[in-house]
Design a protein. Structure first.
Length: 76
């Protein structure tokens, strides 16, 4: 099998990985996915599906060919 990559191939970029935080602080991790159709993003911690809560906030910004999904984690 041979895989070919060109400018139309999907891309994924992770920003802000492996951060330490102190109680009361918020840390952000952003994942940018570019593809057509525009991808959807889900966040997990282990096998736990993450949703908006007092600890986690998820925001998604879509454009014509990408989505930037940010997970904000508030350390309690």
């Amino acid at each position: 099998m041979r895989l070919l990559y060109d400018s139309d191939s999907p891309t994924l970029e992770l920003i802000g990985r492996r951060q330490l935080g102190w109680p009361g602080e918020t840390r952000n991790i952003t994942c940018i996915g570019t593809a057509l159709p525009v991808p959807s993003m889900n966040w997990y911690r282990g096998e736990q599906y993450l949703r908006d809560s007092d600890t986690y906030r998820i925001t998604n910004e879509r454009s014509a060919d990408s989505v930037a999904s940010t997970l904000s984690v508030r350390h309690q």
